[in-house]
Design a protein around this ligand. Structure first.
Ligand SMILES: Nc1ncnc2c1ncn2[C@@H]1O[C@H](COP(=O)(O)OP(=O)(O)OP(=O)(O)O)[C@@H](O)[C@H]1O
Length: 253
């Protein structure tokens, strides 16, 4: 008897994870802040991390970039052998206000430059300035390259900070409350920008305190409560009540 013919089944191929966090644990003094966090972010994906104050969102991002030292678990970033794995932007934007927008973006490459050509010298190499202009173009601010950074609005400064992060050429972009200090219009623009960068193939994870923005722009909502992930799914899969419960049943340990 011949075997029945196999019918090919079209399955969506899951995009490969670029950022892989497994079993992440972090303790500050006696306090356990992260209790085995598993999180993957694929190229082209925008993940929103939601959770109440103190639930551990920032600590996850800090452990990825080395601003905090994990006590257990692993963080790996594919394709980051010869370049920084993850670049990060913050709510506090930290541009050098009296330097030009372009110089601030060039500074994203400092880790790749020799000291001789670094921030303290008057001019960055031409190739880097061109690359930085391209990064500024991606965030829609090429026309402001020669303004002092301090003259830009908060939303524009956050976009410059994102351009500076792009200049690090990292495959992963982390954003810690990138829109919390911005008005609704500027916040929308920054979220649209993060969406576009994800669509261009970057793996993006953003801590947000605005569930509505997360629903509109992110591919996946991840809820953190007391150092544990309590849900992870598309905006359609996660009910509004689940999100609301993050903030009503206690976030911090
Ligand atoms: N350097 C530190 N030393 C001691 N405890 C810390 C430190 N950093 C964070 N924590 C504690 O770890 C817990 C998680 O902090 P984390 O900043 O990750 O929370 P979060 O979810 O990002 O909160 P928020 O929304 O307020 O930014 C909090 O209880 C916080 O007090």
């Amino acid at each position: 008897m011949s075997a029945p013919a196999l019918t090919p089944v079209a399955r969506p191929v899951a995009a490969a994870e670029v950022l892989s966090i497994r079993g992440l644990r972090k303790t500050y003094a006696e306090r356990t802040v992260l209790e085995g966090v598993d999180l993957g972010v694929a190229a082209g994906e925008l993940v929103a991390l939601l959770g109440a104050n103190g639930s551990g969102k920032s600590t996850v991002l800090k452990c990825v970039v080395g601003l905090a030292q994990a006590d257990g678990g692993t963080v790996s970033i594919a394709g980051a052998d010869e370049r920084p794995g993850a670049a990060m932007v913050f709510q506090q934007i930290h541009l050098v206000r009296r330097r030009s927008v372009l110089d601030n973006v060039c500074a994203g490459a400092l880790g790749r430059l020799s000291l001789r050509r670094s921030w303290s010298t008057s001019a960055f190499p031409r190739a880097l300035r061109e690359e930085s202009m391209a990064c500024l173009d991606r965030v829609g601010l090429a026309d402001r390259a020669h303004d002092r950074a301090g003259r830009l609005s908060g939303g524009q400064q956050q976009r410059v900070a994102i351009a500076r992060a792009l200049c690090q050429r990292a495959p992963v972009l982390l954003a810690d409350e990138p829109v919390s200090a911005l008005d609704p219009e500027a916040a929308e623009q920054v979220m649209e920008l993060l969406r576009r960068l994800a669509d261009d193939g970057i793996a993006v994870a953003a801590v947000l305190h605005q569930p509505d923005l997360a629903r509109r722009h992110a591919d996946r909502l991840v809820g953190l409560q007391q150092g544990r992930i309590v849900f992870s799914g598309s905006p359609e899969e996660i009910a509004e009540d689940e999100v609301r419960a993050l903030y009503t049943t206690g976030g911090a340990r």
